[in-house]
Design a protein around this ligand. Sequence first.
Ligand SMILES: [Zn+2]
Length: 262
Amino acid sequence: MRARGFTLVELLVVVAIIGTLISLLAPALAAAIQIAYQTACASNLRQIGLATQQYLKDHDGWFFPLYTEDDGTGRYWYYGFEANGSPALGEGNRILDRTKGKLYPYLESSGVEVCQAFPYSGPYKPKYKGDPWTYGINRYFSSHPAHSLGNVNGNGNRPYDMVRPRDACRTVIFADSAQVVTFLAPATPTHPMTGEFPYIESGKKYVQFRHNGLANVLFADWHVEACEPAPGSFNPTLPDARIGCLDEKSVVLDPQAGHSSG
Ligand SMILES: [Zn+2]
């Protein structure tokens, strides 16, 4: 008997079946990818937590400053150095030297600065050439007099007693962050875009809930947890970006403000 190939109709049926199977599996695959991103992000934050603990040990419990301009050559952010003149290169072309960030020597592997769920597509405006820094430090903890919001110990601007933290399991150190930008071209008030943002602050919309509506948060006892937004807090300029506030009924951003009831 002569072997016969597929008829055109049989082929079309097979193609249709495969197409249906793929369309059935695609949502499950997308959900699995999101879970993988969230897990990798939590691991990043745990590593940043270890780096921060080591930094605190080496600096008598003082946090790194948000940034300094010590030698007048540019801005030493905790996550990298940007030389004078770099901002003039324009958004997306600015140059960041990550190796000069205060935390860099304590980060054991590169890549921990990037949450893979950060919205690279859509209306995203990169700030620097290359990878962004996708997490925000609780600005309360900056040890720089001009940037710190904390004065808990009555000791100048010393931000927080990390040896005996109060309410450590609810006090936020780092979180998934981003901002809605309506200035700095190509963003304009009529063309709002998302961008990275290096700190978060009580009552400010700088936290991005990019993991299925949740944001990963590193707390002062160094555990990482996915947290919900404060109800109705998303920035209305770009609500789909899910950039808003943590719910300060359940987490603490300003240890001095006595948000610890409940
Ligand atoms: Zn994340």
